[in-house]
Design a protein around this ligand. Structure first.
Ligand code: BG6
Length: 489
């Protein structure tokens, strides 16, 4: 039994920056299933060898020291190129012939990877159906769809509709690369493979949860995409809500794709819909200073590059525990972290009974670029009466396992090849996520929208985001993390 990965959008940036380096690394580690071949498809006119040569250069550049000549030669021998235009049905017929030749007519699992411009997704899916390429009589056929999955609920539903016209849901793998991050998967392990955290993981012990995805980068040359997206579509609908689902979900009965996703979906179903005054009270939006001067940005653009949201999850576990989600470009540093802020002890004996909420216990899940977990707890300062200080216990992946964590695409590609969709978004999940984000986007375009606050670059977003937290008796955990024992850049 062999496998073929067909990459549509082969000459694109994602292919050279992420997909090929990930597939090469898997091959070098001996993890790609035997007899896996990769076929790139795009309009450019390459021979197999010309494409291999180009990929060798880009992969070498992206992987640096990890690149190895002889492993590359083994890998490159599995790589092919087929020139084709998604808008020409004849090109799908010739692709079908080429794939059959390469596979020698044998049974083969195929993965069609849509790494093209999203406006071509419908056409590509329909053409796969019409040309018989989705037919499973000679092996399984799966389709991997890159983000963005629609630009709102209506377009996501329409894309699901097109996909389901050709593929069944079990064949569809919607990528959210945050789910491929080891530290995100480790959150499932932390919660469900240990017995000491889960009893505390609820409204009885947790005051609130903060999820921050801060980036230092600015928009640069991406305005063409970003101006019509903004941070709610670009980061919240997918990555931040995924982190929230993993943090808030119940334990599934078994670790299978549908049972895991059933539990994640229940979290989104429990998110209280925002209405009326909530849009102004529970959201903050910002734009970094200088955004308007970026190339191709409209002179009066109202596109947000920062947002914080307060979401309430109406279920037994989380009633009364707000989830604060925050993300921004041009922030102080690159860091993704999930902070579980515990409550104060019910009665404080020390420090004259002082009880300051940010001083209570905290579990910080460092997703990236620091990768680990910190537990903050009170300690007696020695030789100082009963003075207390919040200290921390750190766990650091690199120190513990002595190796860098693999890029998320490795895990996701391997899972898709092996037919495991646990770490991919299901159709209902994507639609529910849009149904949470769409009303906020609409409210932000209405006269009642909260002001778009301009914030200086290199900070933690607009001041009003901090004031907003303080007004609720809480405080953002604004720390660029360095886990003890590790160097992070
Ligand atoms: C992408 C967004 O999905 O995620 C980008 O489109 C963002 O705007 C990126 O920079 C962040 O990914 P990571 O893995 O670097 O945190």
């Amino acid at each position: 039994m062999s496998h073929t990965i067909v990459i549509f959008g082969a000459s694109g940036d994602l292919t050279s920056r992420k997909l090929i380096p990930a597939l090469y690394s898997l091959s070098a580690k001996g993890r790609l299933p035997q007899n896996t071949r990769i076929v790139g498809v795009s309009r450019s006119d390459y021979s197999d060898d010309a494409w291999r040569t180009e990929l060798e250069q880009t992969t070498r550049k992206f992987l640096g020291k990890e690149f190895n000549e002889s492993s590359w030669r083994d890998f490159a021998a599995r790589v092919y190129y087929h020139a084709g235009d998604i808008q020409q049905s004849a090109d799908f017929t010739s692709l079908a012939t080429r794939l059959n030749e390469l596979e020698g007519g044998e049974r083969c699992t195929r993965l069609y990877y849509l790494s093209t411009s999203p406006r071509l997704y419908h056409t590509a899916v329909e053409a796969l159906g019409a040309s018989g390429l989705a037919d499973e009589s000679n092996g399984e056929r799966r389709i991997v769809v890159e983000k963005p999955f629609g630009t709102d609920l209506a377009t996501a539903e329409s894309l699901n509709h097109t996909l389901h016209g050709v593929f069944s849901e079990r064949q569809v793998y919607r990528i959210d690369h945050y789910l491929g991050k080891e530290t995100v998967q480790n959150l499932l392990v932390l919660r469900f493979a240990n017995s000491i955290f889960e009893p505390l993981w609820n409204r009885n012990y947790i005051d609130h949860v903060q999820i921050t995805v801060a980036e230092e980068v600015v928009i640069g040359s991406r305005a063409g995409y970003y101006e019509s997206s903004g941070i709610l579509r670009d980061m919240f609908q997918n990555h931040l809500l995924q982190l929230m689902m993993i943090t808030a979900m119940e334990a599934p009965a078994r670790f299978t794709a549908d049972l895991v996703r059933d539990e994640k979906v229940k979290v989104l179903q429990a998110v209280r819909p925002m209405t009326g005054a909530a849009f102004a009270q529970d959201t903050v939006r910002g734009q970094y200073e200088g955004y308007l001067k970026e190339p191709d940005v409209a002179p009066k653009s109202q596109t947000e590059t920062f947002a914080s949201l307060k979401l309430n999850v109406d279920n037994w576990r989380w009633q009364g525990v707000p989830f604060y989600l925050r993300s921004g470009k041009a922030m102080s540093c690159r860091t993704t972290q999930i902070v579980i802020q515990f409550r104060q002890p019910p009665h404080m004996l020390f420090d004259g009974g002082a009880r300051r909420s940010p001083d209570a216990n905290r579990l910080v899940i460092q997703v990236q670029p620091a990768e680990g977990i910190q537990l903050h707890f009170h300690t007696k300062v020695p030789d100082a009466g009963m003075k207390l200080r919040l200290t921390d216990l750190d766990f650091n992946f690199q120190e513990e396992f002595n190796s860098a964590l693999p890029d998320s695409y490795q895990r996701l590609l391997l899972d898709a090849l092996n037919g495991d969709a646990s770490l991919f978004a299901r159709s209902d999940e994507v639609e529910l996520a849009w149904s949470i984000i769409d009303p906020i986007i609409a409210a932000w375009q209405s006269p009642a929208a909260p002001r778009l606050e301009v914030y200086p670059t290199g900070m933690w977003g607009p001041d009003c985001s901090n004031e907003w937290m303080q007004a609720q008796g809480r405080q953002w955990f604004d720390v660029c993390p360095v886990l003890h024992g590790a160097e992070h850049h």
